[in-house]
Design a binder for this molecule. Structure first.
Ligand code: HEM
Length: 144
């Protein structure tokens, strides 16, 4: 990722950070409205879930300039997602819902460039998480 991209991602994060709770509320509302089949994968109460998701976003974007620091935590997070029944094809759904909600909240501060930047950034996060899922899968096969 070049510096200009990182700066655009950071400034959109700063813009939305004060509305982080609203962002996760809207994220789950839209995710489940559009993809009702994933709702049963999540616990009934989303209170903890929302806090954890927000913390994961913060972790990623505090370390956006040093991705090597987040690779390991993201892999581990991917490994845990193996246990939640997450499939590789779910990641683009999550990505597009996150971007939709951010764009809607940012209003006229959003543009196509940001959609492209965030698509790439979330594809990168997903690719590391999927790697972690694959490792977790292989690990459990070996153990079985
Ligand atoms: C950008 C990608 C994603 C991020 C950053 C993310 C983040 C998180 C975090 C931080 C948690 C809390 C528990 C933990 O850390 O293990 C979590 C739980 C969960 N995630 Fe994700 N996630 C992502 C993608 C997905 C996808 C694609 C799915 C598939 C539908 C999914 C389904 C779940 C479920 C079902 C739980 C709750 C499990 C439980 O508490 O029983 N996540 N996610």
């Amino acid at each position: 990722m070049d510096n200009a991209t990182i700066e655009r991602l950071e400034s959109s994060c700063k813009l939305l950070a004060p509305r982080g709770e609203e962002l996760v509320d809207q994220f789950y509302a839209r995710l489940f409205a559009e993809n009702p089949t994933v709702r049963p994968m999540f616990p009934e109460s989303l209170a903890d879930q929302k806090k954890k998701l927000l913390a994961a976003f913060v972790l990623v974007f505090e370390n956006i300039r040093n991705p090597e620091k987040i690779a390991e935590p993201l892999k581990k997070m991917g490994g845990r997602h193996q246990g939640y029944g997450t499939k590789a094809e779910h990641y683009p759904i999550i990505r597009d819902v996150i971007i939709y909600v951010m764009a809607e909240m940012a209003g006229n501060q959003w543009n196509d460039q940001l959609t492209e930047d965030w698509t790439n950034a979330l594809n990168f996060v997903a690719s590391i998480m999927v790697e972690g899922q694959k490792e977790a899968q292989n690990g459990s096969r070996q153990a079985a």
